[in-house]
Design a protein around this ligand. Structure first.
Ligand code: SF4
Length: 398
């Protein structure tokens, strides 16, 4: 039994319709409840509840302060590699994109981590494309081992693996595993993921459970908003979170709400989610899952991030680079171009011309370009405490 069987019997279309047709009094009644069902959650993300955004955000704010104190935890992504064997229509790292790629050496990774630690970070998310040759479990283990001395909180956002491949990573000191389903709509998932192992929807959907079985104690899930109808996506995400809280109960759960950003390639998001929709969803998730961490990345603008800090968000990335070597220029000498997965050495073609300004291609553009120090200062100005370390530190800091 895994979430796949529960997911297959979910009445997602009916729940989405229920949300779209929800009347104002039904939304008010769900808002007043202390324990919410998935049907209540559908009411809270309804168009009718959009008119109740003020009381909704007030409750979300109260609950967040009750459970987390006035604390915002900061983390930074550290990109290890932008090699990838998958083609995902929305991602700049897709195998067929003619971009500059590199996989950092362990020394490069340490250099990047030191730069982040100098800025204050003690909570780092190691990110990479999916490429078993360049980004093997052994390579990831070496990176985690090297970092673990100085970085108490290490999470991974890498290609899904078997339980047996995850175990050594936990042993080396990684404690968090993040995997976004991207979209919970099977047809859109098949359309977006045109080649590579990522085409296997069920394998990806079961990844948090494999990670938990291997010993990870922080699990992160999310959907990439902009691919499918946001309400349907949010309902599936909430069902997934609910399942994980029931079955992987020793783990801390975080939920991320990334919206699509421009990247290499010519992809246009097929659906949209407005800022107001995003605020409503953050608040509804807080009411549904009072203890879940809610994550907001630098994909969002400064103004929106500032506004969401008091409303329910508990984790923020800051000063992010989404390319390997982005913090220090590490790995620049190993850059190469790939065309349809084939490596072209620099200078071997007009595509691969060298030059001092070269850097690996980023996964997506960021919108909030403030430094981590500036973000921390803003958090203080809002009356919150920025915390750079792990979850427990965040809880005991209040
Ligand atoms: S989303 Fe992930 S798997 Fe897909 S191309 Fe980008 S890095 Fe590769």
């Amino acid at each position: 039994m895994s979430f796949v069987s529960e997911f297959n019997s979910l009445q997602l279309d009916a729940l989405t319709l229920r949300s779209l047709n929800c009347a104002s009094n039904a939304a008010r009644s769900s808002l007043a409840k202390s324990a919410l069902s998935l049907a209540d959650f559908a009411h809270l993300i309804s168009p009718a509840a959009s008119d109740l955004l003020e009381p909704l955000s007030r409750r979300s704010q109260q609950l967040t302060q009750q459970r987390f104190g006035k604390v915002i935890r900061l983390f930074a992504p550290l990109y290890l590699s932008n090699e990838c064997i998958n083609n995902c229509k929305y991602c700049g790292f897709s195998r067929d994109n003619p971009i500059l790629r590199v996989t950092l050496s362990v020394d490069d990774v340490l250099r990047e981590a030191r730069a982040l630690m100098e800025q204050g970070f003690r909570n780092i998310l190691l990110v990479s494309g999916e490429h078993p040759k360049f980004v093997s479990s052994g390579y990831l283990c070496e990176c985690v081992e090297a970092l673990h001395q100085g970085v108490p909180s290490i999470s991974l956002e890498v290609g899904p693996m078997e339980i047996e491949d995850y175990r050594p990573l936990v042993g080396a000191g990684a404690d968090g595993l993040v995997v976004y389903q991207e979209t919970y709509d099977r047809a859109i998932y098949a359309d977006m993921h045109t080649s590579g192992p990522k085409r296997n929807f069920d394998w990806r959907l079961e990844t948090p459970e494999r990670a938990y079985a291997a010993g990870f104690r922080r699990l992160g899930i999310g959907a990439l908003f902009g691919l499918a109808d946001w309400r349907k996506e949010a309902l599936a995400l909430a069902a997934h979170a609910d399942y994980l809280l029931r079955t992987c109960w020793k783990a801390q759960l975080t939920i991320s709400l990334p919206r699509l950003r421009p990247c290499a390639g010519v992809f246009q998001p097929p659906t949209s989610m407005t800022d107001r929709d995003l605020v409503q969803l953050v608040c509804a998730l807080r009411l549904m899952f009072p203890d879940a961490g809610l994550v907001l990345s630098t994909r969002e603008t400064e103004a929106l991030r500032n506004g969401l800090i008091p409303l329910g968000i508990t984790l923020l990335s800051a000063g992010s680079h989404t390319e390997p070597g982005g913090y220090t220029g590490a790995g620049r000498e190993k850059l190469h171009h790939t065309e349809r997965g084939r490596i072209i050495e620099l200078g071997a073609s007009e595509w691969a011309a060298g030059g001092d300004a070269l850097q690996a291609t980023e996964q997506f553009d960021i919108a909030d370009e403030r430094s981590p120090g500036e973000v921390a200062q803003l958090i203080r100005e809002l009356g919150y405490e920025p915390v750079w370390k792990d979850w427990d530190a965040a809880l005991t800091a209040v």
